[in-house]
Design a protein around this ligand. Structure first.
Ligand SMILES: [Fe+2]
Length: 197
């Protein structure tokens, strides 16, 4: 049950430095490594679950934190690959934003506000295939507050490590603006098309 660190082709970003991206990719690599290490330990401790009950409970809690950190960062970095491209004005994603939020700008402003919520975490846009609607959420840290089973369309990391180097402790708003400027919306559109059939 070993996962492999993925490699991303991140172009030069506007308002997010290469140094910050490289440090962030290093954190992502840590999640993959830690998930694998914990999985190995669990297999060992499972040989005597009763004796290792306390260690098992801590590792089980820790493992989903590492896994969600791994997957969310993969979604995050993919969104920059290929370079910035605008949201297609006549695309399926725009139509759904307009159906639910009247204007794309209203959705973006709300998503930005979710990103500005206090505390480390992620602003996330999910799609519910059952009711065919978006759900927006805030995951505290990265393993809490998820809408389980729903596919993720857009993921914004708002941990301090994402912006501290470039914008300081009070620069989350500037970082979020930069995040939007650098998005390759075709990646996000494709995610939506894949699950909204
Ligand atoms: Fe992060």
């Amino acid at each position: 049950m070993q996962y492999t660190e993925k490699k991303f082709e991140i172009p030069d970003l506007n308002g997010i430095s290469k140094a910050s991206v490289d440090a962030h990719l290093g954190l992502y690599a840590g999640y993959v490594k830690n998930f694998n290490a914990i999985s190995g330990l669990l297999a060992e401790y499972a040989k005597d679950s009763e004796k290792n009950a306390h260690a098992l409970s801590e590792l089980i809690r820790r493992r989903s934190f590492e896994f969600d950190g791994m997957r969310l960062h993969e979604l995050y970095f993919e969104q920059f690959e290929g370079g910035a491209s605008p949201l297609a004005v006549d695309g399926a994603l725009t139509k759904q934003f307009e159906a639910e939020y009247h204007k794309v700008e209203y959705f973006l402003a709300m998503f930005r506000a979710i990103g500005l919520m206090r505390g480390p975490g992620w602003a996330i846009l999910y799609w519910d295939p059952e009711t065919k609607q978006f759900l927006t959420g805030f995951s505290g840290e990265q393993h809490q507050g998820h809408f389980v089973t729903l596919p993720i369309i857009l993921a914004l990391d708002v941990w301090e490590h994402a912006y501290l180097l470039d914008h300081g402790t009070t620069g989350k708003d500037k970082y979020i603006d930069a995040f939007f400027k650098n998005l390759n919306w075709s990646v996000i559109e494709q995610r939506f098309v894949n699950v909204a059939k």
